[in-house]
Design a binder for this molecule. Structure first.
Ligand SMILES: C[S@@+](CC[C@H](N)C(=O)[O-])C[C@H]1O[C@@H](n2cnc3c(N)ncnc32)[C@H](O)[C@@H]1O
Length: 238
């Protein structure tokens, strides 16, 4: 699902998430804590955005990171950062709609696939998860984060938790309201899309907000310490 947030405002988005509460002090530390040892791993980053995860993966010793995003602007940002860091031989970035799966990736080629905060932009998860299974090496991991189904139920139009619904909102992430559309869905739908495609769930987290946030914004810290905002799921290709 395209949004100006990730195309027209890609540079502003990159800047905003470097040190903000939701990405830098809740989402990234929680997901990163669920990753395996990264040294020498071949990693695929789905919905890579501006490449903050790619930078982390490379710094932790991943041998290669393939970055895929719908937005050409994000892909260009990742390529530019790789060039500036002198790591173009370890980064491959390209634009593609992940709702169509991973047609460019070879079978059993990745040790680890990550998808931070991306799957809620995809209506039908099956084509992507089928390909995640195909592209992972046996024993490889898939780790992703998404909106917590319980938190998103607040935006339901139908009042039916189990219905998948398109939600339209305005977010202030980049300092001005930008329209964003995403899908809310049940935990059952997410779990079934994984397990029916051969991915065994090995860990679930509901996120832990960094203690630093208490100094940044006491109200947000209290809220995020008492309410789930994201869900984090780790799976293994058996
Ligand atoms: C919330 S951002 C997260 C970016 C990055 N993973 C991070 O955590 O910083 C979501 C990203 O998913 C991308 N995206 C949304 N729908 C997509 C799709 N169907 N195919 C590929 N990328 C998509 C957006 O362009 C955006 O860069």
């Amino acid at each position: 699902m395209q949004s100006d947030m990730y195309s027209t405002f890609s540079s502003e988005y990159d800047l905003a998430i470097q040190d903000n509460i939701y990405n830098a002090h809740l989402e990234r530390p929680t997901l990163q804590a669920m990753l395996p040892q990264l040294k020498n791993l071949n990693v695929v980053d789905l919905g890579c955005g501006s490449g903050v995860y790619a930078q982390y993966l490379l710094a932790q010793g991943a041998s290669k990171v393939t970055c895929i995003d719908y937005a050409e602007e994000m892909v260009q940002l990742v390529a530019r950062k790789a060039q500036q860091a002198g790591v173009t031989d370890r980064v491959n970035a390209y634009a593609q709609d992940l709702a169509k799966g991973l047609p460019n990736e070879s079978t059993a080629s990745a040790d680890l696939i990550i998808a931070p905060l991306m799957i809620h932009y995809i209506e039908n998860l099956t084509p992507l998860f089928t390909d995640v299974y195909r592209v992972l090496k046996p024993g490889g991991s898939f780790v992703f984060s998404t909106h917590h189904p319980f938190a998103d139920f607040e935006y339901s139009q139908s009042g039916n938790y189990f219905a998948r619904e398109l939600v339209e909102q305005e977010w202030d992430t980049v300092g001005q309201p930008i329209q964003v559309k995403f899908y809310r869905r049940s935990l059952t739908e997410i779990a079934n899309a994984l397990t029916l495609n051969g991915l065994a769930i090995t860990q679930i987290s509901e996120g832990e907000v960094d203690k630093k946030v208490e100094q940044m914004d006491k109200k947000a810290y209290e809220y995020l310490s008492n309410n789930p905002n994201f869900i984090f799921i780790k799976c293994r290709k058996e």
